[in-house]
Design a protein around this ligand. Structure first.
Ligand code: ZN
Ligand code: ZN
Length: 755
C-alpha cells in the first residue's frame, strides 16, 4: 500500500512537536532529520535550529554542523544554540570558530552568545580574542549585562589580567558572591595576598557573605604561592567564624605541606581531617598520600592508602608518584600492575607518571614498553607524556623509538609544545643526530630558553664549538636572554675544542653583560679548558682562587686532565680532594690507578687497589647499548649471555689479529683500570663498547654507521681499537660515553684523542 504524504503544514507541526530538546533521544532526532530532508523542509529555520540544538545536546557536533551548513539563511538563534552547546561541552575552539562564522554572516552576538564565547576564551586562555570580543560587547551595548560582565571578569582573572578584571568588576551593576569570589581567588592565585585579603573584607562589608567557594579560593590561592602559615591561619579563622573547612579547602593546603616537607603540620592536618570525618573523601585521601610521599614517609603513605574503602584513580596516581619520588620503582610498578588487574580505570596521568618513574630510575627499556602498552590499551599520550619519555630514548640511544615518538607528536599536534620540542632536540643530539636536532629546532613554532639551551648543549656534546657559538649569537639577536645553563653549554663547547680565548670571553661576559655569577659548573669548564691546552698550573691556580669551595666536578676535571698530560703531582692533589668529597666513587680510584699505570708506577697501582679492596669498592660494571632493527641491545662487560656472543668474540679476535698485523698493538696499560684481577686478554675483548660494535658489525650491512652508548668513560685501548675498526671496516662509528661524543671515521676520532 502506497503511503500518502501528509500535507506539508501538518508534517512540520508533527516533527516540530516530536523534537523536545529535553526528552528526545538521538535516534528520534535522526529520524526527524531524515524526514526533514525527505519532505524538503530544510529551509524551515525554526525546525532546523531545533534539530541543531538536539544534535548539540547529544554531543553530535558533526551532525549539528551539517545541519547548520544546510541552512541557507541561518539566524542568530541557530548559531547561539550551537555555540552555547559547544562551550558547555568544552569545545572551545569550535565555539570561537562558530562565532567567527556567525559574524561573517552579518549576525551580531547577543547576551547569550557573549558569555559562551567569553567562557571559551577563558578556557583557552585566549586573551587576545577575548579582548576583541570585549570591544564587540561595548559597541553592541551589552556592557551592562550582568552575565556578560561576570564572564569578562572570569576571563580576565583566568588570564591573570587583574587590572582589566578589576575595571570590569568595579563597573558591575550586580556583584554577587560568584564574581567577588572570582576576584579574590584571582588576586590570591597571582600572589597579591594583600589585595585578596582587602577585597575579601570589602565583600563582607558590602553585605555579601562569603561562601565556602570564596574561602577555598582564597586559601588555595594563598597556599599555592607558598604561604603555608598564612593559609593555615586562614583555615583556623574560617573555622572560628563558623565555616567548617571542608575536604576541598584542607586538601588544597596539603600539596604545599608536602613541598615544604613540613611533616608536623601534615600530621596535624591529617588528625583534623580524621576527626571531622573527611578521611574517606577521595580528594582528601589522594592529597594525604601525596603529602606523605613528598615527606618521604612511605609507610604512612601506604597506611592511608590501604585504609581507603574504594580505590579511585587520583589516589592510585598519588601512590605511584609517591613510590617514584622515593626511588621505589619496583613498588611503583607492582602497585601500577595491581591497579590495572583490579580494573581501576587508569588515565593518561597514571601512565605518564609510571613512564616518568621508570625513566627517572634508570629503567629506560621498561619506559619504552609502557609507552607502547599505553597506546595499545587506548590511552592517548599527551604533551606531558612525550617529554617524560624522550630522555629514555636518549639514554639508550633508541633512535628508532625516538623517531616514532617524534612522528607521534607531529600527528597528534603536540609538536608545537615547547617542552616536547626541546626534549626532541635533546633526544636527537644524544642519539648522535645533531643535524636532526637542528632541524627540529629550526621548525619549532616558538622557542624559549629551554629550547635554545637544548640546541647549544647538543652542539657542545658533539664538540662542535663553532656551531654552539653561532647559535649563541642567534639567540642573542633573537632577544632571548641566556641563563646560566646556556653559558655552561657554550663554555663546555669551548673547553672541548681548546678555544681558550673564546672561553675567557664568554666566562667574563657572563657576569659583566648578563649579571650571571659564575657557578661551579662554569669553573669546571674553565679548568678543563685550561688543562686541555696544557696550562695545568693555571687551572690549579684558578681553582685555588674560586669564591666558593670547589666540588668534585672541579677536581674531577683536573684529575682527568692530569691523566692526559701525565702530571703526577697535581693528580695526587686532585685525587686526595676527590677521595674526601666522594669516598665511595670507584671511578676516581680507577682514574688515579690509570695514571700510575701509565707511568709504570706499580706500587702506586697496588696502593690504590688495596684501598679499594679495604673499602669494598668495585668498579661500576661497564654497559653499552646499541639499537639494531628497532631493538635495543644491552651488553655488559665480560657478560656472555648474549646469544650471538661466540660470533661477536670471533669477529673481535680476528679484528685484533688484523690490528696486530698492521703494527697497532693493544695498549694493555688500560687493562689495569679493572683493578680486579682478571685475565688481560679477556678483559680487552670484553669491554662492552667493543662487544656492542662487534654485534653491530654482525647484524648490519657493510658501510652502515654504528651508534653506541656507554655508561662509563671509554678506555684508551677501546679508543685505539675503534679507530682501527672504523678504517678497516670502512664504518662511521659514534660512541657516546659519559663525557662526550666520539665520532670515528677513517681511523680518526673527532675528539682528537683528548677525552
Ligand atoms: Zn675499553
Ligand atoms: Zn674519541
Amino acid at each position: 500500500m502506497a503511503r500518502q504524504a501528509l500535507p506539508l503544514i501538518d508534517n512540520t507541526y508533527t516533527i516540530l512537536h516530536s523534537l523536545n530538546p529535553a526528552t528526545t533521544a538521538l535516534p528520534q532526532a535522526q529520524q526527524a532529520h531524515a524526514q526533514i530532508l525527505k519532505t524538503g523542509l530544510s529551509n524551515h529555520t525554526h525546525l532546523t535550529t531545533k534539530l541543531l540544538t538536539l544534535y548539540a545536546n547529544h554531543h553530535q557536533f558533526s551532525d549539528a554542523n551539517l545541519v547548520l551548513d544546510s541552512i541557507s539563511n541561518p539566524d542568530a538563534f541557530s548559531f547561539s544554540a550551537l555555540i552555547s552547546a559547544c562551550s558547555k561541552s568544552n569545545r572551545f575552539n569550535h565555539a570561537l570558530h562558530l562565532l567567527h562564522q556567525m559574524i561573517s554572516h552579518g549576525l551580531l552576538p547577543d547576551n547569550f552568545v557573549f558569555p559562551s564565547t567569553l567562557k571559551a576564551c577563558a578556557g583557552l586562555s585566549a586573551l587576545r580574542i577575548g579582548q576583541q570580543i570585549h570591544k564587540l560587547v561595548n559597541v553592541t551595548g551589552f556592557a551592562t549585562d550582568s552575565f556578560v560582565q561576570s564572564s569578562l571578569v572570569h576571563l580576565y582573572v583566568k588570564c591573570g589580567e587583574m587590572c582589566d578584571a578589576r575595571q570590569v568588576f568595579s563597573r558591575m551593576t550586580e556583584r554577587n558572591v560568584v564574581s567577588w569570589s572570582a576576584m579574590v581567588a584571582g588576586y590570591a592565585r597571582r600572589g597579591y595576598i594583600d589585595e585578596a585579603m582587602e577585597l575579601f573584607d570589602e565583600m563582607r562589608a558590602s553585605g555579601v557573605e562569603p561562601n565556602s567557594v570564596s574561602w577555598n579560593g582564597l586559601i588555595a590561592g594563598i597556599n599555592s604561592n607558598g604561604y603555608l602559615n598564612e593559609s593555615l591561619a586562614l583555615l583556623q579563622k574560617m573555622h572560628k567564624q563558623g565555616f567548617k573547612p571542608d575536604g576541598t579547602s584542607i586538601s588544597s593546603v596539603l600539596p604545599t605541606v608536602g613541598d615544604l616537607e613540613d611533616l608536623v603540620s601534615g600530621v596535624q592536618i591529617h588528625g583534623y581531617l580524621t576527626k571531622q570525618g573527611f578521611g574517606s573523601y577521595a580528594c582528601v585521601i589522594s592529597a594525604l598520600v601525596d603529602m606523605y610521599g613528598k615527606c618521604g614517609c612511605t609507610t604512612e603513605m601506604l597506611q592511608v592508602f590501604d585504609e581507603m574503602g574504594q580505590l579511585d584513580v587520583g589516589s592510585c596516581n598519588a601512590l605511584v608518584s609517591g613510590f617514584s619520588r622515593n626511588g621505589l620503582v619496583d613498588d611503583a610498578l607492582r602497585a601500577f600492575r595491581q591497579f590495572e588487574g583490579r580494573g581501576i580505570e587508569l588515565n593518561v596521568i597514571s601512565w605518564t607518571s609510571m613512564v616518568a618513574c621508570c625513566v627517572q630510575n634508570g629503567k629506560d627499556i621498561e619506559a619504552l614498553e609502557l609507552f607502547r602498552e599505553m597506546q595499545f590499551v587506548g590511552i592517548e599520550p599527551n604533551s606531558v607524556t612525550i617529554p617524560c619519555l624522550l630522555p629514555a630514548c636518549a639514554n639508550i640511544a633508541a633512535l628508532m623509538h625516538g623517531k616514532a615518538v617524534h612522528c607521534f607528536s607531529l600527528r597528534r599536534g603536540v609538536f608545537g609544545d615547547l617542552y616536547v620540542g626541546s626534549a626532541l632536540i635533546d633526544m636527537y643530539a644524544k642519539c648522535g643526530r645533531i643535524g636532526y636536532a637542528r632541524h627540529v629546532f629550526n621548525t619549532m613554532p616558538s622557542k624559549n630558553v629551554v629550547s635554545w639551551n637544548a640546541i647549544v648543549g647538543g652542539y657542545a656534546m658533539h664538540g662542535k664549538a663553532e656551531e654552539a657559538m653561532e647559535v649563541f649569537q642567534l639567540m642573542k639577536s633573537s632577544g632571548q636572554k641566556p641563563d646560566f645553563i646556556t653559558f655552561t653549554c657554550v663554555l663546555s663547547a669551548c673547553s672541548q675544542t681548546g678555544l681558550a680565548e673564546q672561553g675567557w670571553y664568554y666566562f667574563n661576559s657572563m657576569s659583566r653583560e648578563y649579571g650571571i655569577k659564575a657557578r661551579t659548573e662554569h669553573y669546571a669548564c674553565m679548568v678543563s679548558l685550561l688543562s686541555r691546552i696544557g696550562k695545568l698550573e693555571e687551572a690549579y691556580a684558578m681553582i685555588k682562587e674560586m669564591p666558593t669551595e670547589p666540588d668534585a666536578c672541579i677536581w674531577g676535571a683536573l684529575l682527568s686532565s692530569c691523566r692526559v698530560h701525565g702530571n703526577m703531582s697535581l693528580a695526587e692533589i686532585a685525587a686526595e680532594k676527590l677521595f674526601k668529597l666522594e669516598p665511595r666513587n670507584a671511578g676516581n680510584y680507577v682514574l688515579l690507578s690509570n695514571i700510575y699505570a701509565a707511568k709504570g708506577m706499580w706500587d702506586g697501582v697496588d696502593r690504590v687497589r688495596d684501598v679499594m679492596k679495604r673499602m669494598g669498592l668495585r668498579k661500576n660494571p661497564g654497559c653499552s647499548w646499541i639499537e639494531l632493527k628497532n631493538t635495543v641491545h644491552t651488553l655488559l662487560a665480560g657478560d656472555k649471555s648474549h646469544p650471538q656472543m661466540t660470533q661477536i668474540l670471533e669477529r673481535l679476535d680476528s679484528l685484533g689479529m688484523e690490528m696486530k698485523k698492521s703494527g697497532l698493538l693493544p695498549n694493555t696499560n688500560f687493562v689495569l683500570q679493572d683493578v680486579e684481577e682478571q685475565e688481560k686478554e679477556h678483559i680487552l675483548c670484553g669491554h662492552s663498547e667493543k662487544l656492542a660494535i662487534g654485534l653491530g658489525l654482525l647484524n648490519t650491512r657493510p658501510g652502515t654507521p654504528l651508534r653506541v652508548i656507554k655508561n662509563l668513560r671509554t678506555c684508551g685501548d677501546c679508543h685505539a681499537a675503534i679507530k682501527f675498526i672504523s678504517s678497516f671496516e670502512g664504518r662511521e662509528i659514534f660512541i657516546r660515553d659519559t663525557n662526550r661524543f666520539h665520532h670515528f671515521k677513517d681511523g680518526v676520532c673527532s675528539c682528537g684523542d683528548y677525552w
